[in-house]
Design a protein around this ligand. Structure first.
Ligand code: PA5
Length: 448
């Protein structure tokens, strides 16, 4: 994996970046020695080398036990309890796997919204399919996955009977706390533990990500190996030139101080769309606090050049971009020659689609820099488990450093509770009586 910041140097000086180096080295020490704020949630830093063989073996056993007999594996979870698995799974899978009978099981997702239509549609599909599910919730109390799990548990029990339904459910949750752990104990579901010291958005290399990924056919050992190699490299280097996470954290903080307050993660490969969703949660939840933080957004190019391209080129100059470049595609295809050339495309005949995409990427970067958008460039040789593992660990490590540079705790998320409290009050959840009364008064006053 490489980083290139040459296209931000019209906006920040090389000395501005260098000025962060010593602080970054200190924060790296704080991560390694667990002396920084939020250090009780630093379990992710050793995951690439600490995931036990026993967990890998159990995950593989679960895949062997369930996969041959199911068409669909449903992953129930929200936020950090599904985005990492979805990011990697979507990046690796065939773009149209749902239409390829031999690509089984297809991974579907639930519990990441409260849409009635979505759930009814899902159950209609599952009526016709053999399936199993995993329900993932660290707290074991999150409303969205809890609702989906109640519905699908019921559906499974009606379809297969209570005893067989149990064998099709795998819970991933806290070792002791939460309603999901209690239910798991009572029903005797197979289960995995989300480690105490790993927060949701840093949990993709625990069973939270590993089980759904292995079920989708990913090589989880390669994913961990990529992450382990990146961990080793980032732990052993402490200059901007050698340490890509230092450079990324320095670049984004320098740009933020030049009033570039929105970062757009750009991918020119549509299969990375969910990877950018995972990145948005990681950075948004880690940094957006105390009135500070870069707003993380994402686009899929060239698609979004035809919708958001105008704004990015010419709108308010608060943006910078981070482009994830992929050197080589997995598949090859060329533009064919056409004797009639009515579409005037023969100038592209014989060219690989990827090389055309690459020219679009280069042209876009040049245009955006000319238009006042600094661009950080990251590149990986290809999309596979190993390089996705590298990228995951790189982004996690850089996020921790970047949050420390910004002066926030990158491992908590106090703001997420605000909507939940209002929703529980509005739904008259037991224990929320006082808040219900207050919120009803507030709504009544606002509607006067
Ligand atoms: O990163 C986080 O901590 C959150 O996004 C959580 O993952 C999300 O809110 C789901 O929480 P839980 O796993 O407790 O259901």
């Amino acid at each position: 994996m490489n980083i290139n910041v040459s296209q931000i140097l019209d906006f920040v000086k090389a000395e501005d970046l260098k000025a962060y180096e010593q602080d970054l080295a200190n924060y790296q020490q704080a991560l390694q020695k667990k002396t920084g704020v939020g250090s009780e949630f630093l379990g992710w830093i050793n995951l690439p080398v600490s995931v036990k063989d026993e967990i890998i073996t159990t995950v593989k056993d679960d895949v062997r036990r369930l996969a041959p007999d199911i068409d669909v594996f449903v992953v129930i979870g929200i936020g950090g309890s599904y985005l990492g698995a979805r990011a990697v799974n979507e990046a690796l899978k065939h773009s149209f796997d749902q239409l390829i009978p031999e690509k089984k099981p297809v991974i579907l997702y639930a519990g990441n919204n409260i849409s009635e239509d979505y759930l009814v549609d899902l159950m209609e599909v599952l009526d016709q399919k053999d399936y199993a599910l995993t329900v993932i919730s660290k707290s074991g109390t999150t409303t969205e996955p809890a609702i989906a799990f109640r519905l699908l548990r019921d559906h499974l029990e009606q379809k297969y009977g209570k005893t067989n339904a149990r064998k099709r459910i795998i819970a991933i949750t806290d070792k002791e706390k939460g309603a999901l752990r209690q239910l798991t104990k009572q029903e005797g579901y197979s289960s995995y533990v989300v480690p105490d010291d790993v927060g949701g958005r840093y949990s993709v290399l625990t069973p939270v990500g590993l089980l759904p990924l292995a079920m989708g056919g990913a090589n989880i050992e390669e994913l961990l190996k990529g992450a382990a190699d990146m961990r080793e490299h980032l732990n052993m280097t402490n200059t901007l030139e050698d340490n890509e996470a230092f450079m990324y954290a320095a670049a984004r903080n320098a740009l933020y101080h030049k009033k570039k307050s929105t970062e757009i993660m750009v991918a020119f490969e549509p299969q990375l769309q969910y990877f950018t969703e995972w990145w948005k949660q990681l950075y948004g939840e880690s940094e957006g606090k105390e009135g500070k933080g870069i707003f993380p957004a994402s686009v899929s190019f060239t698609t979004d050049l035809h919708s958001l391209g105008q704004y990015i080129q010419d709108g308010e100059r608060i943006l910078f971009e981070t482009v994830v470049h992929v050197d080589n595609p997995k598949r090859k295809m060329q533009v064919p020659d056409d004797g009639h050339n009515l579409d005037k495309l023969n100038y592209l005949a014989g060219k690989n689609i990827h090389s055309i995409n690459h020219k679009a990427e280069t042209g876009t970067i040049l245009a955006h820099v000319d238009g006042g958008i600094p661009v950080i460039q990251l590149s990986i040789p290809e999309i596979n488990e190993y390089y996705l593992g590298q990228l995951i660990f790189f982004f996690e490590y850089a996020c921790a450093l970047s949050g420390y540079l910004l002066g926030v705790n990158p491992f908590d998320q106090p703001g997420v509770e605000a909507y939940k409290n209002n929703m529980f009050a509005l739904l008259s959840k037991p224990g929320y009586e006082e808040q219900t009364e207050q919120i009803m008064k507030k709504i009544a006053e606002q509607s006067k």
